[in-house]
Design a protein around this ligand. Structure first.
Ligand SMILES: [Zn+2]
Length: 170
C-alpha cells in the first residue's frame, strides 16, 4: 500500500492506538480532485469515483493531493457499520460459491460507490463473518444471498441506526 499522506490526510501510522477522535469526521474537507492513496478513488463533486486511469495520469503529473478516503480510513481502523453472520450446514457445503457471490456483490456495489467495501470475510468458529464499511452493503449482501440461496434472513438496525446486523442461515 502506498503510504504517502496528503495535506488533508490523517497520518497512517500502523499499530498506533486510536484516540477517541472520530477519524471520519473530516470527510467534508477533502480537496476537489484528491485521490485516495489506498484504493485510488478520486473525490469529485462531493463524492468518490473509482478511476484508475485518472489516478495513473495524476501520478505521472505528480500534482494531485493524496488522501485516504473514508472507506480506507475505516478499513485501516477496523471500523464497520455492517456485519453479516452466516451459518448452517448448507453454508459450508456451498462455501466457495457463497464467498464468490459475496465478493461479486461487493465488487458491483463498489463500482457504484467506492465507499462500500468489505473489511473482512472470515470464519469465526461455526460462522462466516463479513464486516462492511457501510450498513447498506451488509443489508445488500444479505438480500443477494437470500435471493440466490434462500435460507433464513434477518436484518436488524441498531437503535442509533449506525450498525446493521444481518444474519443468514441455511
Ligand atoms: Zn480509499
Amino acid at each position: 500500500m502506498n503510504r504517502d499522506v496528503g495535506k488533508f490526510g490523517i497520518n497512517d501510522k500502523r499499530g498506533r492506538v486510536q484516540t477517541s477522535n472520530d477519524p471520519y469526521a473530516n470527510q467534508q474537507t477533502y480537496a476537489e480532485g484528491a485521490f485516495c492513496s489506498g484504493c485510488h478513488a478520486q473525490y469529485r463533486n462531493k463524492r468518490w469515483y473509482l478511476d484508475e486511469e485518472a489516478f495513473a495520469q495524476a501520478q505521472q503529473q505528480d500534482n494531485a493531493p493524496l488522501v485516504l478516503c473514508p472507506a480506507c480510513l475505516k478499513m485501516r481502523d477496523g471500523y464497520y457499520e455492517g456485519v453479516v453472520v452466516l451459518q448452517g450446514d448448507y453454508l459450508w457445503q456451498h462455501e466457495e460459491e457463497i464467498c464468490r457471490l459475496l465478493k461479486n456483490e461487493e465488487a458491483r456495489a463498489r463500482a457504484k460507490n467506492p465507499l462500500e467495501r468489505m473489511l473482512c470475510l472470515e470464519k469465526r468458529g461455526e460462522t462466516l463473518v463479513v464486516e462492511t464499511t457501510e450498513e447498506k452493503l451488509a443489508e445488500h449482501l444479505g438480500r443477494a444471498l437470500h435471493s440466490a440461496h434462500q435460507g433464513e434472513l434477518l436484518v436488524q438496525r441498531g437503535e442509533d441506526n449506525r450498525i446493521c446486523r444481518v444474519s443468514w442461515q441455511r
